[in-house]
Write a protein that binds this ligand. Structure first.
Ligand SMILES: [Zn+2]
Length: 74
């Protein structure tokens, strides 16, 4: 017989947290325009363009954006 309690294996395990998107823990988060993931504004790689500040998860994303911007800029 199947026990219904087996269906609660995910919630009954308090040791491992369930899969879910990273949530802000006190700090602010911003969306990486390159890869789309949310990064902490305190830990992000920042790029200031005029009045706005962009946040990237890594230097690779930042450089990727700068390359794209170079093509767009005229
Ligand atoms: Zn990224």
């Amino acid at each position: 017989m199947f026990s219904s309690s087996r269906m609660h294996v995910w919630t009954s395990r308090s040791g491992s947290h369930p899969p879910q998107p990273a949530s802000p823990q006190g700090g602010k988060t911003a969306r990486d325009p390159i890869c789309g993931m949310f990064v902490s504004t305190e830990l992000s790689h920042r790029l200031t363009r005029g009045t706005e500040t962009l946040h990237f998860c890594s230097r690779e994303c930042l450089e990727h954006y700068q390359k794209d911007a170079a093509h767009v800029a005229s």
